[in-house]
Design a binder for this molecule. Structure first.
Ligand SMILES: *Cc1c(COP(=O)(O)O)cnc(C)c1O
Length: 432
């Protein structure tokens, strides 16, 4: 299997290089080419998310130095439970991806990336610094995945006042090889500073990003869609459709790839917040990225979805792409209404991101759509207690991993929102 840049089919890379590098040298994103194809029978003897993911990823790892590690990498990345629950209405399901260490689906991709990079890194190499800008969930997932991993350091940049109190505490509670920097600026400043540092050769230190274009995060995400669709088909003899809360399109793209590879997936529907570049595009307008607006589903506050380039590359033509997916924007009032009514499960309200997808499901049902749907639940409500508890008038229990982090002291350092300040700080990092 080779990996090609979305900007130049002739620019190819190995799996190791594509995962290690992030961006292709021409600024494009790496895509596996050609995609392998499967039939459901290929998975007849595998039933767990871990085993299905391993089978699905085998062709991607075949012939690489990571081939013999695939099983162990999947075991690390998919250690969390991945329940798919039937909801009250027949045909409605919730695929819960939030039972990992930081209670968001990003744990799976981040752990897979960490497990992969750890095996690619020569034992004698200088420590690798993973630099992440975060609006909340990514930073915590990446920090947890690399925490106390020998040979790695994590530097997180987050906008001061721009993440929830719990998210801020979570980011600062790791310590050890994780440094949290609260930037006196917006998320866009954090992202700009990270980009600047990654391009700055004068820093003279090995740096990597771990953002949502990383192939090492994308690959494992295909596994849970494959598993859920196969289980559903076994139980009902019908394909499963998905509604995916979408920001940078990493999670939804994994679903599209799984369908392309022959898994029994029917419709794929994107739910966004008020950042509606994708709904506009799928409704027939040209693709028009724009500055992001702040919403209650803050991990989806993305004006220019970074994986859109991959989706376009995959279909080649915008009209063909428009036939394959639908997308709906959900505003803050609708998110609040779903949160207030408890969403789909009486015991646990959804997070604001999952709420967008539940709202879309209700809209599709009202239009008479009778497909079997799984709403993808991307984070646990307890991460957003400040928002949800006043709406529902009661406390949300925090799962054990969150309690553990919240009970630890947290510390972060202030940082000015400029490239020079970040550079100075990076040059002062202690050798881990
Ligand atoms: C990151 C995130 C999303 C959006 O995922 P993308 O892959 O960027 O589309 C949705 N929900 C939650 C809770 C997230 O953390």
């Amino acid at each position: 299997m080779r990996y090609v840049s979305t900007r130049d089919r002739a620019a190819t890379a190995s799996l190791e290089d594509a995962i290690g590098a992030g961006l292709a040298p021409d600024g494009g994103l790496y895509m596996p080419d050609p995609l392998p194809t499967f039939s459901p029978g290929d998975f007849a003897d595998v039933r767990t998310p871990k085993a299905v993911t391993e089978r699905l990823l085998a062709p991607f790892f075949a012939g690489t130095s990571l081939q013999t590690s695939l099983q162990a990498i999947c075991a690390e990345a998919l250690a969390q439970p991945l329940p798919m629950r039937a909801l009250g209405t027949p045909g409605d399901h919730l695929l819960e991806l939030f039972h990992g260490p930081t209670l968001a689906f990003k744990d799976i991709g981040a752990r897979f990336l960490a497990a992969t990079l750890a095996r690619l890194r020569p034992a004698t190499a200088a420590p690798l610094t993973i630099l992440v800008a975060t609006s909340g969930d990514t930073g915590a997932a990446v920090a947890a995945a690399f925490h106390r991993r020998a040979g790695f350091r994590v530097v997180i940049l987050y906008p001061q006042g721009g993440v929830s109190l719990r998210q801020a505490h979570q980011l600062g509670a790791f310590g050890d090889n994780v440094l949290a920097l609260r930037v006196d600026g917006a998320f866009d400043d954090c992202q700009r500073m990270v980009k600047g540092a990654l391009l700055d050769r004068s820093l003279g230190m090995p740096l990597r990003s771990a953002n949502s274009i990383s192939l090492g995060r994308l690959l494992p995400q295909m596994g849970y869609y494959a598993w859920a669709a196969l289980e559903h088909q076994r139980a009902s003899a019908r394909p499963l459709s998905f509604i995916v809360p979408t920001g940078n399109l990493g999670n939804a793209l994994a679903c599209v790839l799984a369908r392309r590879m022959g898994l029994p997936i029917d419709a794929i529907v994107l739910a966004t917040n008020d950042n509606d570049a994708l709904p506009r595009f799928f409704a027939g307008s040209g693709y028009a990225p724009r500055p992001s607006v702040t919403t209650l589903a803050n991990a989806m506050d993305v004006g220019a979805p970074s994986n859109f380039e991959r989706l376009r590359w995959l279909y080649g033509d915008d009209d063909a792409l428009r036939h394959e997916l639908r997308a709906f924007a959900v505003d803050d009032d609708a998110i609040r209404a779903v949160l207030r009514h408890g969403g789909a499960q009486p015991d646990l309200p959804p997070c604001p991101h999952t709420a967008t997808a539940l709202h879309v499901l209700a809209r599709l049902r009202a239009q008479g759509d009778t497909r079997d749907y799984a709403v993808v639940a991307t984070a646990h409500a307890a991460k957003f207690a400040e928002l949800i508890e006043p709406l529902i008038g009661r406390a949300i229990d925090s799962p054990a991993p969150l309690q553990r982090l919240l009970s630890r002291p947290a510390s972060s350092e202030p940082l000015a929102a400029d490239d020079a300040a970040l550079k100075t700080r990076l040059l002062r990092l202690d050798v881990a």
